[in-house]
Design a protein around this ligand. Structure first.
Ligand code: GLA
Length: 727
């Protein structure tokens, strides 16, 4: 046992003392408010005995296990990493086929250590091994103390005589003990992302998973929320949030066991994924991130949001670019002249960047619709005779930045790439091809394909040093999954995502901060595995603002606002003010024909961009409070407060258009300093309209106790209020 100079040192010393007296020892994994307590039993098994409030006296963790009465037929229900094939009878975290064909595994505690990464971050590693086979697992628990967040993963290796096959290889295995368990999870499809469902978990297994290959979500995002004892509300109740940090097939098993406790096992999906592991090679699972809150959903999401900004998404503490995108204004139909006009519009709108979308490439098979060209990343000579260089040059002259769309993992059968490299494509050699959006996926498990995908994006940057933004799309799922490169097909799904991450690692090493949007035919690829490489994500192609209030609301439980790319488009019937106000709740962009705006609409948009910049500190880096849910109220309300509690912005929308609906009652603000005085005034007024809300000063206490009425009505369907400290 090593000694560490950290807040864990005392814990480790305690552990040593206990281990000298008895074989059993207790290993608490602590964050500011919580402790996950592991225990090595007398027979050297590692169990999880507690996940709840942190205790002041660490010695008391040793007595916790006794207070939970459990009739356990295996002594393994609460295993910290349940092995298959020995005495376990429930869902395993790990299942293997040894080199000799034997399918049993047992894991015994060997040792553990705590490494302090910095004042906030500590890593606990626990080594386990099979007493019979030369097979080891290291469990990793990385804690973010102040954020109350833990990331968990495992590293698997063996020194058997031949390859071992991993039949299941989860990242995390948690054990929760409560009276009842309430799961909130999500389903969806294109333009229908993040639809929530909440249910009580009963005995047996509920599995959330994806088998889509190239994108984790779409049908079922890799996030979950489990409330203990009763469904948590925004400010009350104990709730666990989690996300599998993996952009491919994932699996989360939630099993209420015979002792009425909840076993949660999460990681890569083992579907068609028996992974062949060579002797001496380490298999590192993706991380699963989770946070526990005993103050409801609001606190849990703020935990995850601040963790993500600080540690996960690229430039999470930096700024974001407002932009004008041309996707919905031109689709594939543009040329240099048209784009030069849009660059001028970008300037007129006073946003930072013009984002050129799909359709700029392909010559033998021009990308004039979604049937052709994917894979051939040369500028189309008819549309762009002077190449991207013309656009970066014109953008510079106009004083705006320039960004571009790519979808480098994909190929259309109508492309030169398809003709040249059929073996680079994911497809079954003996079966007919099956397409989503007329395209196929490139085999990123193949290092040559990784090199190709890297070089596409790298070349864009090296040839166009002014390039300031990338929208990275991924529109197809994987059908007929088969890799011409892989020897063991079971490795393919995992190696695809690893190949993708390898490419993104290289790009980020070379271009560490350039903003990149993670897009996937709408919001089909939002997870913290991918977001470690991106500054923002595209929540959905559905930009109808009422829909977006719901979609953005649900994403906000797990992801910070500055990562949510929200574009004002022509979807739906809401006025431009409503659409812009909704888009301002994250990273603001526009995808409209600026020339078609009436003068007052243009003036409104220009003013909104200014207001957005004024409040961006609160929106990007502040705390978010969901005040009134669109699901249960006529008026949905969300606010953002900057870290200094000096400036806040409150968004209010009418989401029910029945007669005489609106904000009849005041809405209680949150997150302000009760002792400070704040001025409240209406923002983003449409030119020619007046606010019925007279600018006035209130104490923070008043605003959080009595509240404020935004006066939302049929003719004021969207109301933004600015709340600013009087100094
Ligand atoms: C996907 C994206 C859209 C757009 C198109 C381009 O559908 O979600 O925003 O970029 O691709 O083909």
């Amino acid at each position: 046992m090593k000694l560490f100079v950290s807040k864990f040192a005392i814990v480790c010393l305690t552990v040593v003392t206990i281990s000298l007296n008895v074989k059993a020892q207790t290993i608490p994994v602590e964050t500011k408010d919580h402790a996950l307590v592991l225990r090595v039993s007398n027979d050297k098994h590692l169990d999880m005995v507690y996940f709840g409030g942190r205790l002041a006296d660490k010695n008391e963790y040793t007595t916790i296990a006794k207070t939970y009465r459990m009739d356990d037929k295996t002594d393994e229900y609460n295993s910290a990493y349940t092995p298959a094939g020995s005495r376990n009878l429930l869902e395993p975290a790990i299942a293997v086929t040894h080199a000799d064909g034997n399918k049993s595994l047992d894991l015994e505690y060997v040792d553990h250590k705590v490494t302090k990464v910095n004042d906030d971050v500590s890593l606990l590693t626990i080594n386990l091994k099979d007493p019979v086979y030369d097979f080891q697992v290291t469990l990793n628990y990385q804690t973010y103390f102040d954020e109350n967040v833990t990331e968990q993963w495992s590293v698997i290796k063996h020194h058997e005589k031949k390859d071992v096959v991993l039949n299941k290889y989860a990242s995390a295995n948690l054990y929760l003990q409560a009276g009842s368990y309430w799961l909130r999870n999500y389903h969806g499809d294109w333009a229908k992302e993040m639809r929530p469902e909440e249910e009580q978990l009963m005995h047996g297994i509920k599995t959330l998973d994806s088998k889509l290959g190239s994108r984790a979500d779409l049908f079922q995002p890799p996030v979950f929320m489990v409330s203990l004892n009763k469904p948590a509300s925004e400010d009350e109740g104990e709730v666990l949030y989690g996300n599998v940090e993996w952009s491919g097939n994932y699996r989360i098993d939630l099993e209420v066991d015979p002792a009425n406790n909840l076993r949660l096992i999460a990681g890569i999906n083992n579907y068609a994924g028996d992974y062949t592991l060579k002797p001496g090679v380490e298999f590192t699972t993706p991380k699963v991130v989770y946070t526990l809150s005993n103050k409801g959903k609001g606190e849990a999401s703020r935990n995850l949001q601040s963790w993500a900004r600080k540690y996960k998404i690229v430039d999470g503490e930096g700024s974001r670019l407002t932009l004008l995108n041309n996707w919905e204004s031109t689709y594939f139909d543009f040329n240099e002249q048209k784009l030069a006009g849009i660059l001028k519009d970008t300037k007129t709108l006073a946003v930072d960047l013009f984002l050129l979308d799909d359709g700029w490439f392909g010559n033998k098979y021009p990308r004039n619709d979604d049937h052709a060209g994917l894979g051939d990343w040369e500028e189309n000579k008819i549309k762009l005779p002077d190449g991207i260089a013309f656009l970066t040059k014109t953008a510079k002259e106009d004083g705006v930045k320039f960004g571009i769309w790519v979808e480098p993992e994909m190929v259309n059968p109508k492309s030169e790439l398809y003709e040249k490299h059929p073996d680079w494509i994911v497809k079954q050699p003996q079966r007919p091809e099956y397409y989503m959006r007329n395209q196929l996926v490139l085999d990123l498990s193949n290092p040559k394909v990784q090199e190709y995908v890297f070089s596409i994006v790298d070349k864009l940057f090296t040839q166009n040093p002014e390039l300031a933004y990338i929208k990275w799309d991924c529109n197809s799922l994987m059908y007929n999954s088969y890799s011409a490169y892989e020897k063991n097909q079971g490795n393919f799904y995992t190696d695809y995502v690893r190949g993708l991450y390898h490419v993104l690692d290289r790009l980020r090493a070379k271009y560490p901060k350039v903003p990149m949007m993670l897009c996937s035919g709408g919001g089909g690829r939002v997870d913290y595995g991918a977001l470690q490489y991106f500054t923002e994500y595209w929540p959905s192609d559905n930009t109808e603002p009422i829909e977006r209030i719901f979609i953005q609301w649900e994403y906000s439980y797990f992801y910070p606002a500055l990562a949510s790319s929200n574009h004002v488009t022509d979807w739906g019937k809401q006025p431009i003010k409503f659409r812009t106000d909704v888009a301002m709740m994250g990273k603001l962009g526009f995808d409209i024909v600026v020339g078609k705006l009436k003068p007052e609409e243009l003036a409104f948009c220009q003013g909104a961009v200014k207001t957005y910049k004024q409040y961006s500190e609160a929106i990007w880096h502040g705390d978010q409070f969901r005040l009134q849910s669109p699901w249960d109220n006529d008026v949905a309300s969300v606010m953002y407060v900057d870290q200094a509690k000096g400036s806040a912005i409150m968004f209010n929308y009418l989401v029910n258009n029945r007669y005489a609906t609106g904000s009849h009652l005041p809405i209680l603000l949150k997150g302000l300093d009760p002792d400070k005085k704040y001025t409240v005034s209406e923002l983003n007024l449409f030119p020619g309209t007046k606010s019925p809300i007279a600018e006035a000063t209130y104490s923070g206490k008043y605003l959080m106790t009595v509240g404020i009425n935004p006066d939302v009505r049929e003719w004021r369907t969207s109301v933004l209020l600015g709340v600013n400290e009087v100094k």
